[in-house]
Design a protein around this ligand. Structure first.
Ligand SMILES: C[S@@+](CC[C@H](N)C(=O)[O-])C[C@H]1O[C@@H](n2cnc3c(N)ncnc32)[C@H](O)[C@@H]1O
Length: 469
C-alpha cells in the first residue's frame, strides 16, 4: 500500500530524447528528468512513476495522447515482455540518430574531450536476424502473460524454452519466434521443445534445482555450419541420446552437436567439459578469406557482417603501410590481429582467456599468417615495461576492451609506451570516454566512428583514432 502512495502521475509529458541504457526521456512538472521504458521520442504521454530519486524519476507511460511519428510497428510478437530488442518500436534511422547522439554526449560530458566532427554512424544492412549466436533457457514454470492469467483457463503445460524475463532469474518467457537469428534457429529450438515434451524429458526448475534440460546455445555461421549445444542438469543417458539423435536426424545442417552435464548452481559453461555427440566440436567462420575456428567457448563477434565493417574501420584508421609493429590488446581469438596482419610488419595480441589464445594461435597457423604472436594474461600484468622491451615498442596500439573499459593501470602503461597512434574500439562509449580523458593531454582525437552492431537495441560500438601530440 505504501509503495502505491509514493507513485505519482504526470500528465501530458512530451518525450524528448532517448539514451542512457535505452530509456527515453521526458520532464516532470518540477523540472526533474523522467526515464521511461515504453515510450518513443515524440510521444506525449501520462506517466506513472515507478521510482523517485533526488535528481530524476523512473516511470512508465500509462496513457498515450500522441504517438510519435518516429514509431514503427515492432516485428516481434514478444516485444514489450521479452527483455531484448527494446528499441523495436522506433524507426531504424531514429535508432541510429540516438545512438550517434549517445556517443557524442558521453565523449563530451564524461570525457570532456575536444572532438572532431563525429562521422555518421555506420548502420547495419540487416535490421533483424543478424546474430550468429543465441542462448535460450529451459524452465518448467514459464512466465504467464496477464491475458493468460486473466483468462481463468487451466494451463497444463508450463514448459518454456526462451529468454529470462528482465530482472527475474527464475522466470522464462517461452519464445515462438525470435527475430535475432536466421533460420533454422527457430525451427531447431521449437523442435527441441516439442520433442522433449512429447518424450517426457523434464525441463529445469531453477528454484528446486531439478529437471534435465537447462540451456541451449545455437551458433550459425557465414560458412553455413551450425553448432548446437544442450546443457543438462540431471542426466538420464537414454533420454539425452534420444533427444540429440532426434536433432541430428531432423537437422542434418547441424555440423556440431554438443552437450554439457552441469550440476553447478549457475549455468555458465566456461568451466565445464563439453562433449561432442555428433559432428565436430567446432564450426568455422570466414571473413575476407580468413577462416576462424569457433568452439563452444570461443568469443566471436555476434554480428558477423557488422564485425567485418568494424574491422575495416579499425584497419583503415590504423593507416598501416606494412612497416608497423602493432599491439592488439584484448585480442579475443585474435580476429583483429589476423585481419590486419597482411598490412603490418608484426602484430602482437594479448588476451586473458587461455582457450581464446589457443584458438588464435591455431587460426593463425590455419590461415598461414606468420607475423602474429599471442600472449595470455591479465592486461595490467602482461603489458609492462619488460614486455615492451622484449617485444618492441609498438607504432600502433589497437585496443578493444570489454564493457568496463581499460584498467587505469593499462591506460597509464599506454601513456608510458606512447605509440604514435591508438585505435580504441569500444562497446561502451561511457567507459571509453573515461579512459580517453586520462589520455587527453598526450593524444588528440582525430576521428570518431560509431558503428551499429545491434539494431533494435540501444547498444552502440564506437571507434576512436588517437594521435600523439
Ligand atoms: C570486446 S572483446 C574483444 C575481442 C576481439 N577484439 C574481437 O573483436 O573479437 C574483449 C576481450 O577482452 C578480454 N579481456 C577481458 N578482460 C581482460 C583483461 N583484464 N586482460 C586481458 N583480456 C581481457 C575478453 O576475454 C575478450 O576476449
Amino acid at each position: 500500500m505504501r509503495k502505491q502512495k509514493r507513485r505519482q502521475i504526470f500528465e501530458n509529458v512530451e518525450i524528448v530524447d532517448a539514451g542512457a541504457k535505452g530509456k527515453t526521456i521526458g520532464k516532470a512538472p518540477d523540472g526533474r528528468v523522467v526515464f521511461l521504458t515504453n515510450a518513443v521520442p515524440g510521444d506525449v504521454v501520462d506517466v506513472q512513476t515507478t521510482k523517485k530519486r533526488k535528481a530524476y524519476f523512473e516511470g512508465e507511460a500509462i496513457t498515450f495522447h500522441t504517438l510519435s511519428d518516429k514509431r514503427v510497428s515492432p516485428e516481434c510478437k514478444h516485444f514489450g515482455v521479452c527483455g531484448g530488442c527494446k528499441w523495436q518500436a522506433m524507426g531504424y534511422e531514429h535508432q541510429l540518430f540516438y545512438k550517434q547522439k549517445e556517443v557524442e554526449n558521453n565523449l563530451r560530458r564524461i570525457g570532456h574531450l575536444d572532438l572532431p566532427e563525429i562521422s555518421p554512424i555506420i548502420g547495419s544492412q540487416k535490421r533483424y536476424f543478424y546474430r550468429n549466436k543465441m542462448e535460450f533457457s529451459f524452465s518448467d514454470s514459464r512466465w504467464l502473460t496477464l491475458e493468460e492469467i486473466q483468462s481463468g483457463k487451466e494451463i497444463k503445460n508450463k514448459n518454456a524454452l526462451g529468454f529470462h524475463i528482465p530482472g527475474m532469474w527464475d522466470k522464462i518467457l517461452d519464445i515462438e519466434k525470435c527475430h535475432l537469428q536466421e533460420d533454422p534457429s527457430n525451427a531447431i529450438r521449437l523442435a527441441t521443445k516439442e520433442f522433449a515434451i512429447q518424450n517426457d524429458i523434464s525441463f529445469f526448475n531453477p528454484r528446486n534445482q531439478n529437471g534435465m534440460l537447462r540451456t541451449m546455445m545455437i551458433r550459425t555461421s557465414s560458412t553455413g555450419e551450425i553448432m548446437v549445444l544442450i546443457q543438462f542438469f540431471e542426466d538420464v543417458g537414454s533420454k539425452r541420446n534420444l533427444l540429440l539423435d532426434h536433432l541430428a536426424k531432423s537437422f542434418p545442417e547441424i555440423t556440431s552437436l554438443l552437450f554439457v552435464i552441469n550440476r553447478k548452481q549457475n549455468d555458465t559453461i566456461y568451466d565445464q567439459e563439453i562433449v561432442c555427440h555428433a559432428g565436430r566440436d567446432h564450426i568455422f567462420e570466414e571473413m575476407e578469406g580468413l577462416r576462424f575456428k569457433i568452439n563452444a567457448k570461443s568469443f566471436y563477434q555476434t554480428n558477423s557482417e557488422q564485425a567485418y565493417e568494424l574491422y575495416k574501420v579499425t584497419r583503415e584508421l590504423a593507416g598501416l603501410t606494412g612497416n608497423e609493429l602493432v599491439y592488439d590488446l584484448y585480442t579475443g581469438t585474435g580476429t583483429i590481429a589476423q585481419f590486419i596482419a597482411k598490412k603490418a610488419k608484426k602484430v602482437i595480441g594479448i588476451e586473458s582467456v587461455l582457450e581464446a589464445i589457443e584458438d588464435a594461435k591455431a587460426n593463425a597457423i590455419q590461415n598461414n599468417i606468420n607475423n602474429v604472436h599471442f600472449y595470455v594474461g591479465d592486461m595490467k600484468t602482461v603489458l609492462n615495461e619488460d614486455f615492451v622491451n622484449e617485444n618492441g615498442k609498438p607504432d600502433i596500439v589497437i585496443t578493444d576492451p570489454p564493457r568496463d573499459g581499460m584498467h587505469k593501470e593499462v591506460v597509464q602503461q599506454l601513456l608510458n609506451i606512447a605509440p604514435k597512434k591508438i585505435v580504441y574500439v569500444s562497446c561502451n562509449s561511457a567507459t571509453q570516454a573515461r579512459d580517453l580523458e586520462m589520455m587527453k593531454n598526450r593524444y588528440s582525437i582525430v576521428k570518431v566512428q560509431p558503428v551499429d552492431m545491434f539494431p533494435q537495441t540501444y547498444h552502440v560500438e564506437n571507434v576512436v583514432l588517437l594521435e600523439k601530440l
